[in-house]
Design a protein around this ligand. Structure first.
Ligand code: FAD
Length: 418
């Protein structure tokens, strides 16, 4: 008899963590565990520490590449035939027939799912900051960017959120160095780096006093901040154009010169322009509007993490879901909840219902965000408490969370049932 397929779409924080948990804690608890198989679908064979991108774009010497990128199939060899990796992209979801279509190197594989976890995350506008497609595309965009970097005299980064601030800080320190202890700003930086922010303050998720501190650190690495301004137009036409996939700029655009007009009436010439604002949920394979929210995330029950409109045993986790703000700490908190509720549903369907209630997710809305500004400074808060620069460096700035991902990708983090 064919195995019942528990299909997980997306191989990053949400998908990889859910897969380990299902394999470790759910399948062994089912009456006939060999009747099930976990199928992980991912366009990339590797999982990566995405927060590291603002520093990783500078060069492969910035991080141990064997830690930055880790093989998904290798991390799951431990589970034998209970696991199958499909190197492909979900292209269509038929939730009435319970079939997901997956493009695997140009051919469509139709997978009948018994349970489905949607963890396809979100893409950035710039290809520099994650797997908008696959590893070859990411590597090619980094290569193009790195080749353009030594000759660049002016760089404009749009977006006053953490990605924009971190990228400006990393490039500032790398290209300009850091002002001395007694100087409030770096005079005559080698490369003019401008960070354009739509808001009146940088870092809208942190209180203004912390955001102001980030500005002072940016000034020390030669970054000029322009606030209350949006990039309105990017010329020449074609620069930063859509790449035909709807995923934003292509590889050539990351290194193209651009003339930018801002909505405050000014204009800036950039040897390199980096759009570092906003993300778009990867849900183009979902056509039924009932499954989507207005901002095209998966319409997820914020308490149970089920996708109620999609029928039984369908869940969403990670940035693609509407249940919480996109952040890794929210995903790590969601994993024990989704695991417990998948377990309840599968046991119930196998005729062994658990007593008690569904496990409930509750979003932690306290001020939590850490933003390194170069290799030694940073700003942030955790659970509502402001963190000193040293702590931000210690926890995140040293290696952009690489110290945490080894256990996550191998599954060791999930050895105990949450
Ligand atoms: C530059 C940057 C820095 C960040 N820094 C931090 C930080 O310091 N702290 C923090 O908490 N958060 C940070 N974030 C946010 C964090 O990276 C995300 O919350 C996290 O990566 C989300 O994980 P995910 O599993 O939901 O999806 P993603 O990481 O978005 O990954 C989704 C995966 O799904 C795959 N996929 C896409 N479409 C399909 C499809 N159709 N079929 C199958 N697979 C598909 C993609 O290839 C990708 O591998 C940062 C984000 C960026 C961009």
């Amino acid at each position: 008899m064919a195995q019942k397929q528990i299909v997980i779409l997306g191989g990053s924080y949400g998908g990889v963590s859910t897969a380990h948990n299902v394999l470790k804690h759910i399948l062994p608890a089912l009456p006939e565990s060999s009747a099930y198989q976990v199928v992980l679908v991912s366009p990339t064979k590797q999982v990566m520490c995405r927060p590291a991108c603002p520093r990783a774009i500078i060069g492969d010497d910035q991080f141990d590449q064997n830690k930055l990128f880790v093989s998904i199939p290798k991390s799951f060899e431990q589970y034998g035939t209970s696991f199958r990796f499909v190197n492909g992209t979900a292209t269509a979801l038929d939730h009435t027939q319970r079939i997901v279509s997956v493009d695997v190197a140009g051919t469509t594989e139709q997978i009948n799912y018994y349970a489905l976890v949607i963890a396809t995350g979100a893409s950035t506008y710039s290809p520099l900051f994650g797997f908008n497609r696959d590893e070859a595309f990411l590597r090619a965009s980094w290569k193009s960017f790195r080749e353009a970097l030594p000759a660049a005299k002016s760089i404009v980064i749009a977006g006053g959120g953490p990605t924009g601030v971190e990228t400006a800080g990393e490039l500032g320190e790398h290209l300009n160095g850091r002002a001395g202890w007694f100087s409030s700003k770096l005079e005559h930086p080698k490369v003019a780096i401008t960070l354009v922010s739509a808001g009146a303050d940088l870092l809208p998720n942190l209180r203004p006093a912390i955001a102001h501190k980030a500005e002072t650190y940016l000034a020390k690495v030669g970054v000029t901040v322009v606030k209350n301004a949006r990039v309105k137009n990017v010329a020449p036409q074609g620069s930063q154009a859509q790449d035909g996939t709807g995923h934003g700029p292509g590889i050539d655009d990351v290194a193209a010169k651009a003339s930018l007009s801002l909505d405050n009436g000014s204009s800036i010439e950039a040897d390199i322009y980096i759009p570092a604002f906003g993300t778009r949920p990867n849900t183009s394979f979902v056509s039924d509007p009932a499954l989507l929210t207005a901002d095209r995330r998966i319409n997820t029950n914020a308490t149970t993490l089920r996708v109620d409109a999609a029928g039984p045993r369908v869940y969403a986790v990670g940035d693609v879901g509407s249940y919480a703000n996109p952040a890794i700490h929210q995903i790590l908190a969601a994993i024990p909840v989704i695991t417990a509720n998948i377990k309840r549903d599968l046991l119930a369907d196998a005729g062994k219902p658990l007593s008690g209630e569904d496990r409930q997710f509750k979003e932690d809305k306290r001020e939590t965000q850490m933003v390194p500004v170069g290799k030694s400074k940073g700003v942030g808060a955790a659970m509502g408490y402001k963190l000193p620069s040293f702590m931000v460096w210690l926890i995140k700035g040293r290696d952009y969370w690489l110290w945490t991902t080894g256990n996550l990708w191998s599954g060791k983090q999930w050895a105990k049932e949450g």
